[in-house]
Design a binder for this molecule. Structure first.
Ligand code: ATR
Length: 278
């Protein structure tokens, strides 16, 4: 029998998840399909019950349900407990188990670009303190990144992120104005806010000049547009850049593995997404 997988969110029409997962099912000769389901906040509980009743094997969870779905699940894996959010659900014989692959997905995409450098030696600047920033901060701290500064419009939110994280890191918290008054230089800069996303493609959160050296890696989790102003500036300065496709594809690949125990071809997934967005 065909196995059914999917993603729930609102809005969901532009999701690229069906593209990468259906291609992986086809490529691996698996009898399975992945569908996008629009689910409104007030219908979330019903939708989750429906997923269970229908025997949907697994699904992704996106905005705005990543936190509010938690009470409707039977169990949380360590990753979801750590990040206090769920982006992947696996149906194990009728029990719905929540996972979170966002942070690890980002970590894998960044790892491709930092070669063999020990993360303990890297000075990181994280821009943003929302849900995506929390997933990334916590995962990097867990994976041994020892120094992470956070800059956010609302510095208070960044303080909370740091205080509530289960792993300790060195590093300070700044508002954008406070960061402007420092001359800090970073090895890795990670942009997690919506600044620079369509339609505001002319915006960027910080000036890179004075904050970087020749080997700095600049990552932006936005993939719409593929090259944000921040990444364009980084390229002009000759720096290594990481766009949001890497995180998107790796979080999807990790979810696929959780559901099926099969390893999808990440480079194939990336190619598909670039073709679609390029
Ligand atoms: P996500 O789950 O995508 O991280 P979120 O939790 O709503 O979304 O977080 C959005 C992040 O983008 C926050 O860091 C937010 O800053 P505040 O904490 O000050 O709200 C940041 N952000 C969004 N719009 C912004 C803007 N116009 N200028 C500066 N920061 C912005």
């Amino acid at each position: 029998m065909e196995q059914v997988y999917g993603v729930i969110g609102d809005p969901i029409g532009h999701s690229l998840s069906p593209l990468i997962h259906n291609d992986a099912f086809d490529y691996l000769n698996m009898n399975a399909r992945y569908h996008a389901f629009q689910v409104k906040g007030e219908e979330l509980e019903q939708a989750v019950k429906g997923m269970k009743a229908l025997g949907i094997k697994g699904f992704n969870v996106t905005v705005p349900h990543k936190v509010s779905i938690i009470p409707f699940l039977d169990e949380l894996d360590e990753s979801a407990q750590l990040l206090h959010a769920v982006n992947t659900v696996k149906n194990e014989d009728g029990r719905l188990i929540g996972f979170n692959t966002d942070g690890y997905g980002f970590y894998l995409s960044l790892k491709e670009h930092i070669d063999n450098t020990n993360p303990r030696d890297l000075k990181v600047l994280l821009i943003g303190a929302g849900g995506a920033a929390r997933a990334i901060y916590t995962t990097l701290a867990k994976e041994g990144f020892a120094f992470i500064d956070i800059v956010n419009r609302t510095a208070e939110r960044a303080h909370l992120l740091k205080e509530n994280c289960s792993y300790e890191t060195k590093g300070n918290v700044y508002s954008f104005q406070q960061l402007d008054q420092t001359s800090n230089e970073y090895d890795v800069i990670i942009q997690t806010t919506s600044i620079g996303m369509k339609p505001n493609i002319e915006e960027k959160p910080i000036e890179l000049t004075g904050r970087v050296h020749g080997g700095t890696v600049v990552a932006d989790i936005i993939y719409n547009p593929l090259k944000t102003m921040l990444l364009k500036e980084a390229e002009k300065l000759g720096l290594k850049t990481v766009d949001g496709v890497g995180m998107f594809v790796y979080q999807g690949a990790c979810a696929f593995q959780i559901w099926t125990n099969a390893e999808p071809d990440v480079s194939r997934m990336k190619k598909l997404v670039y073709e679609k967005l390029g």
